[in-house]
Structure formats: C-alpha cells, structure tokens
Design a protein around this ligand. Sequence first.
Ligand code: NAD
Ligand code: UD1
Length: 346
Amino acid sequence: MSEIKNVLVSGGLGYIGSHTICQLVQHNYNPIIVDNLSNSCLEVLNRLEIINNRKFKFYQLDCTNLEELEIVFKENKIDAIIHFAAYKAVGESVKEPLKYYFNNLISYLNIMMYLEKYKVKNFVFSSSATVYGIPNHVPLFETDPVQKATNPYGSTKIMIEEMLEDYSKVHKDINIAILRYFNPIGAHPSGLIGEQPNGIPNNLMPYITQVAIGKLEKLTIFGNDYPTSDGTCIRDYVHVMDLAEGHVLTLNKFQKENTGLVIYNLGTGKGTSVLELVNAYMQANNIKIPYVFGPRRQGDVVSNYASTKKAETELGFKAKYTIYDCCKDSNHFQQLNPNGFVKINK
Ligand code: NAD
Ligand code: UD1
C-alpha cells in the first residue's frame, strides 16, 4: 500500500499504451513514457499532448538496452510500471521466433531488474487471452488452465506470466497484476489516436477500417462453417478506452491494498461473431463493407470470450462502450487519418 504518482509506461506510444496515458492523466497519475518507436511514431506523442493539453516526459529508448533503461529510473522516482512494450504479430513471431523471444523476454527482464533495484512496488503486465489456447468452454475464467502456446508470441506471454508467479512467491510485498486482454478495438473519441498497423492488417478491425476508406478492396472472412449461429468465429471485442480504464482501476486497487499477484480478464463478457461485427460497422457508420467468405485461418479458435466477473467484483471494471461505439470510433479515427499519423499542428 503506497501512494502512486509517477507511472512508467513502457510502449506508451503504441495502441493500448497511448489510450492508457489519456486515462492515467484523467485520474491524476503522471505517466512517464518509454518507447523505441519500433511500432509507433513521435506524432503519437504530439497528439497525446494535444488531447491532454500538457507535455509528457518521453524517453525514446529500447527496453532491451539495460544501460539506457536505467536512466529513466535514475531520473525519476517511479511508483508503478505498466509494461506494454512488446512485439505482437502472431504470424511474424512464427517466422522470426528469436526476434520475439529476445524483444519480449529481455524487455521484461530488464524492467524487472530495475523494479527490484529501485524498489518499485507496483507492476502491471499486458498479457493476452491467447494464454487460454483452445478453450474447452466459454466464457473463460481466470482459473481456467493456461495451455501450451501455438506460436512464439503466445509463448512469451505464458513464460512471463510464469516468471511473475515465481517472483511473486518470494516478493509478496510487490503488487503485480497480469491483465489478460481480449480483442481491443475502437479509438479515442477525439479520433486523434487509434490503431495504425504497418502494412496490410492481420487483425479484423483494422482490416475493416481500411476497406471502409477504400484502401483495401474487400474483407475476406476466414471461414463460415464454424459451429456458431452464423458460421463465423466469436470473439470478445473490447473498446480500447475501457481497456485503458482497466489499468487505472488496477493502480487504484494497488493504492488501497497489498494485492500480491492478481490476474484479471479484461473484456466485455460478450461474444460477437465476425459477421455481427461487420454488420454493426456498416450500420453504425452507414458504410458498405464488401466482403467474401474464404477458408478458415490456421490456428483460429472458434469462440473465445471472457468472464469479467472477477474484474468487475475486485476492480469495479465494467465495459461501458458497445460494439456500435467501437465501430464508430474505429471508423472516426480511420477517416481522420487515412494516411496514418501525419503531423498536425498544435
Ligand atoms: P503496439 O505495438 O501498438 O504497442 C507496443 C509499443 O511498444 C509500440 O509503441 C512499440 O514501439 C513499443 N516497443 C516494442 N518493443 C519495445 C522495446 N523493446 N522497447 C521500447 N518500446 C518497445 O501494441 P499494443 O496493441 O498497444 O499492445 C500493447 C501490449 O498489449 C503488448 O504487450 C501486446 O502483446 C499486448 N496485447 C495486445 C493485444 C492487441 O490485440 N492489441 C491483445 C493482447 C495483448
Ligand atoms: C489474434 C491473434 C491472437 C491475439 C489477438 C489480439 C492469431 C491466430 N491470433 O487473434 O494471438 O491475441 O489477435 O491481437 O492471429 N478475421 C477475418 N478476416 C480478417 C481478419 C480476421 O475473418 O481479415 C477473423 C479471424 O478469423 C477471427 C476474427 O476475425 O475469427 C478476429 O481475428 P483477429 O482480429 O486476428 O483476432 P484473434 O483471432 O482473436
């Protein structure tokens, strides 16, 4: 139990990190941003400053660089760390496993070295619903077994969860939260920040938004012969602003009690099929999204969505945004930024 003011946000210029910065500011936390710009750009910092009407302390450095990372801890009294920095493309992780193991594991280990050295008492880790593997049932509970990963990206999440459990056993005074995100979509209501993947998107929502602005011709829905009501896969799509709020609620809890290690699913608790999402997008934005059905994508699970009961009871977390809000906000961001994060003046 201790007051939290300064929050080191690694990967803070990325998709989820940047939205979390806004929520942290709203709740009077002071984010200190670290990012190596490997999957983001400086313009995100500019936009965060516009949205929040303030400057941020930003360190452009790589968390795998032990020496450089220490500067952040030497120059600031860090009260909590939210560790987003990682590579996250599943397909790429299969092709380049070493790159993923190196970046995700070494970044984590370096951060933890300094957490210990500089006596930081609060740590939040970005995990993923991917740790549940192929579910035997839905909704998924935090007590459900973690299954062997099908790709190196997923392995890094499982390995870090295990390392955190080992660490927590002997450091019960450190508050550690493993947050398992389901499928974040949507964007900040301002339309200034959002998801901006490099190249052709792998994930559903960025693909739809790029079809919406005519950058891509049509969506291919991967499989319509699954055992679901409309034959397409089911996921738990959660608005990124809700997800961001989940991090703030976690820090709030850390300030009130000594939690030790806790694990929370962050989702909506509702499953939505691919077709339902595409239809919601068309309705919410009055836009036609041409689509065709294609073969199943290898490795896809039929259905996965969260039980959010634990996060609701213990954190007070409840998703406020609907699927329609998500579709509107994703579209708003994409329409305002058809060419990505082009510089805008303050
Ligand atoms: P993102 O790629 O948009 O953000 C990650 C940020 O970390 C980027 O800005 C990147 O430049 C930075 N980064 C990467 N390696 C770094 C390093 N070594 N040093 C410093 N900065 C580094 O990804 P995101 O969608 O915001 O995801 C954030 C976290 O949440 C990741 O750990 C990801 O695995 C996890 N997650 C994401 C999803 C999702 O669907 N987006 C789902 C589950 C879990
Ligand atoms: C993917 C990752 C998962 C990661 C999650 C969130 C894989 C196998 N899994 O999962 O590890 O945690 O993103 O980042 O990549 N879809 C289409 N057409 C498309 C794109 C997607 O039909 O062009 C379908 C998919 O088949 C799936 C659904 O849309 O049924 C959602 O796909 P996606 O956004 O990639 O998320 P996940 O499959 O949940």
